[in-house]
Design a protein around this ligand. Sequence first.
Ligand code: TPP
Length: 566
Amino acid sequence: MSKELISGAEALMRSLIHEGVDTIFGYPGGAIMPVYDALHDHQDKIKHILVRHEQGATHAAQGYARVSGKTGVALVTSGPAATNAITGIADAMIDSTPMVVIIGQVGAALLGTDAFQETDVVSITQPITKWSYQVRNAEDLPGAIARAFYIAREGRPGPVVIDFAKNAQIAKLEYSYKKCTFIRSFVPVPDVEPWSIEAAAALINSAKKPFALIGQGVILANAEKELNAFLEKADIPAGWTLLGSSAMPTEHRLNKGMLGMHGNIGPNIKTNECDVLIAIGMRFDDRVTSDLNTYAKQARVIHFDIDPAEINKNVKAEVAVLGDAKQTLELVTEKLNAAKHTEWIDSFTEYEQTEQEKVIEPELNPTSHEISMGEVIRKVSEATENKAVLVTDVGQNQMMASRYFKFTQSRSMVTSGGLGTMGFGLPAAIGAKIGAPDRTVCLFTGDGGMQMTIQELGTILQEGTGVKMIILNNNFLGMVRQWQELFFNDRYSETHMKNPDFIMIAQAYGIKGRSVSQREDLDGAIAEMLSDDQPYLLEVKVETKGMVYPMIPTGASISNILLGDK
Ligand SMILES: Cc1ncc(C[n+]2csc(CCOP(=O)(O)OP(=O)(O)O)c2C)c(N)n1
């Protein structure tokens, strides 16, 4: 029996459905029109979210992927659309987010002629993807899509680009689809080496002052339960990276707080005092380590990771435990002796008290009439019973949100960690709400970052996506202003921002909103914002010269922590 002939575009739709895709974030255009035409026949199975800019499509797909654990999908046309999507692709790469981006391309016969809206997508995206592939013939499409999803999702996740030439979208093929389960040249998860399990367990069993560093790898491996069993059995205190936030509940006895530049004092100081440092699914980013010459020199290091390229990249590991964290943590835990490290764990307390007194208390209960970022964030966290998904933009708002929001469940933090992309927040929050419709999604953004992708309010208008947007408006590019104050003698070069009336803008998009500048109005405004599942924009006019402390200046030792004069 001869197989049915269908177009490449129709084959793409059927392949996506086969992969379980039910949501696509995208924007149409000439070189992807056959695909959009095919999409029209599958609206019952695939919901397309029409964003307002291709950067928004990629960030929304990221937000969707991060909360749902599924692979995010973006669909855009060629040329300027492809280049607009680049920021989100790079962001997904550095933050290990599974995403497939399908990009229209000019017809194969025109490739290399500087045709209308032609860009060399494969060359541009190769360094910022796990795989970037051009489909020039329709019959290659199903295989390419199957591989794309396999590569994006398996092992350490990341973005894949399929550059889909227009002729291949139109040409007919005999369609059949087989999910990819193996690629000879690609080993997504290295085999666990039994000796590494033995060696890690022996080292941990010998430790007097063990300390664990939790990264996003734990969340990506769905290994939260295994992490908890591991830490509790051997009584190991833990700190977490920005992307590792929410892997363990904020109030857990062994949770000692955030690592790095704006992290908590205790975990940073203790990294330089522990005897065995256990890094789990984290990559020793320079925002965490600062000066490598003075980082954890006293410690014997164990590094759990799925990606062999991370081992010894920044910090040399005595024992590398390669593999999927869910599996390796379980295997090591079996071999651990039940232990108690009471004195060691108690030794964090003095730093917690210092930080509470010098930083947290003044931030949460300011004596000045001006509202601080921290108090807004803590109030919103509490008003949602610490159950909301936190999405942030980049800047002071991001650091304050990660410091003052409390987490009770995993996959509750969506932020641009590695690339630090301003403008990430709003579209990522839209994607997060679509990926977790039953959860409250709260975006915290600065006035600067909000305006970088503010057009995505149009997506909310069209879709009714019930995100809660909180602009922490300090009329400054706050984080840069903070650096200017600390390191450039208060020379505020181009960081003061004159802002539009955000509430009028929200209203123009049919979104309810309110602006608050007095502390006594804050609780009421937050309650109003959270009272239903409609989109809402809350602008809070916060102190113009707020600072995020503690801070480890770039390049300094992690023990040299500034507390400010708060
Ligand atoms: C796309 C992009 N451009 C520039 C920067 C550099 N940058 C980092 S934080 C920041 C200031 C952010 O200001 P705002 O959005 O108002 O947030 P705040 O720090 O005040 O919370 C800037 C300009 C960046 N991270 N991303």
